[in-house]
Design a protein around this ligand. Structure first.
Ligand code: NAG
Ligand code: NAG
Ligand code: NAG
Length: 273
C-alpha cells in the first residue's frame, strides 16, 4: 500500500514537472519568435519616429549641408552609433496640415519599397519642425553625372540608369495605392548610391507641399523645362505629367546636356525643338 502511494505520488509529480517544463520552453520560444518578427517589422516597414534632439545629435547640429532647394535643406548625419549614414531633409515651407496628416503620409511613403526609390528611414515632427530621414546616396545626382562630370557615362551605363528611373516611376504609378504623382521628375531628383543604382528622391512630397493634389487641380510645382503642357494650361493632371518629365530626362540622358541651355546658338537652346 505504502509503496503504491509513493510510486503514484512520484509519477504524478514527475508528470506535472514535465508538462511545466515543456510549457515554459514553448512560451520562451514563442516570445523569441515574436520579438524577432517585431524587430524585423519595425526595421523593414515602418519609418521610425525620431526626436529633434536625436537628429540634432545625428547631424552634429546640422553642420554638414548637402544641398537644398526652395522648400528644404538637406544635411548629412549618422545613426546607429555612426554606422549608418543618413540624409536629413528639413522642410521649410510646409502647409499647415496637422500632425496626424503628416504622420499618415509618412507611413504611406515609408511603405513604398522599391530598389529605385530612395528609402525613407524615419521622420520627426515636433512643434513646427518637419524633418525626413533618408538613406544616404553617396554618388551625387544624375544632374552631376550628366552635366558636370568630366567623363560622359557610357551607353550601357546610361541605358541602365534610364531603366532604373523608369522602374521607379512605374512602381509609383502602378503598384502604389493610392498612386503617387511625383510632380518634379528631373535629373537633380535622381540620386546614385555607392554601386550606381539610380533612385528617385522626393516622391510623395508634392502632396505635402500641395495638399490639394487629390483634387483635379494642383498648382504648378515642377521645374521649368520638365512641366507637361496640360499642366501649364490649368487642366487636371494625372500620373502622365511624370511620364512627360521622364521623356525630357531621357532626352537629356541621350544627349548629356540640359534641355534648356543658354550658351549655344538660339536654334539649339531648347533640346526638344
Ligand atoms: C545600391 O542600391 C541597390 C538597390 O537597392 C542595392 O542592391 C545595392 O546594395 C546598393 N549599393 C550599396 C553599395 O549600398
Ligand atoms: C562613386 O562611387 C565610387 C565607387 O563606390 C567611388 O569610388 C566614387 O568616388 C564615387 N563618386 C562620387 C562622386 O562620390
Ligand atoms: C484646398 O482645397 C480646399 C477645398 O477644395 C480649399 O478650401 C483650400 O483653400 C485649398 N487649399 C489650397 C492651399 O489651395
Amino acid at each position: 500500500m505504502m509503496v503504491t502511494v509513493i510510486v503514484a505520488t512520484c509519477l504524478t509529480f514527475g508528470f506535472a514537472l514535465a508538462i511545466f517544463l515543456i510549457y515554459r520552453h514553448q512560451i520562451q520560444h514563442y516570445r523569441k519568435m515574436s520579438e524577432d518578427r517585431n524587430l524585423g517589422l519595425s526595421e523593414e516597414i515602418v519609418p521610425q519616429l525620431y526626436s529633434y534632439n536625436d537628429l540634432q545629435k545625428a547631424t552634429r547640429s546640422f553642420s554638414e549641408e548637402l544641398g537644398g532647394g526652395a522648400f528644404a535643406r538637406v544635411y548629412k548625419g549618422a545613426i546607429c552609433s555612426g554606422t549608418r549614414i543618413i540624409a536629413v531633409k528639413r522642410l521649410e515651407k510646409v502647409m499647415d496640415e496637422g500632425e496626424r496628416e503628416f504622420r499618415r503620409m509618412m507611413r504611406a511613403t515609408g511603405r513604398t519599397h522599391q530598389r529605385n526609390l530612395v528609402r525613407l528611414i524615419g521622420f520627426c515632427d515636433e512643434g513646427s519642425s518637419r524633418l525626413l530621414i533618408y538613406e544616404y546616396m553617396s554618388n551625387g545626382s544624375l544632374a552631376d553625372l550628366l552635366f558636370k562630370a568630366e567623363r560622359q557615362p557610357c551607353w550601357n551605363e546610361r541605358l541602365r540608369i534610364a531603366l532604373d528611373v523608369a522602374r521607379g516611376i512605374c512602381y509609383l504609378q502602378e503598384d502604389c495605392e493610392p498612386h503617387i504623382i511625383h510632380c518634379d521628375i528631373k535629373p537633380g531628383n535622381i540620386l546614385m548610391n555607392d554601386s550606381w543604382t539610380a533612385k528617385i528622391s522626393d516622391f510623395g512630397l508634392a502632396k505635402l507641399l500641395m495638399p490639394n493634389q487629390t483634387g483635379t487641380f494642383i498648382g504648378i510645382r515642377g521645374t521649368g523645362g520638365y512641366v507637361a503642357p496640360e499642366w501649364l494650361k490649368n487642366t487636371p493632371i494625372s500620373v502622365k505629367v511624370d511620364v512627360f518629365s521622364y521623356g525630357m530626362v531621357l532626352l537629356e540622358i541621350i544627349c548629356c546636356r540640359r534641355n534648356i541651355k543658354l550658351e549655344v546658338p538660339s536654334d539649339q537652346m531648347i533640346l526638344y525643338e
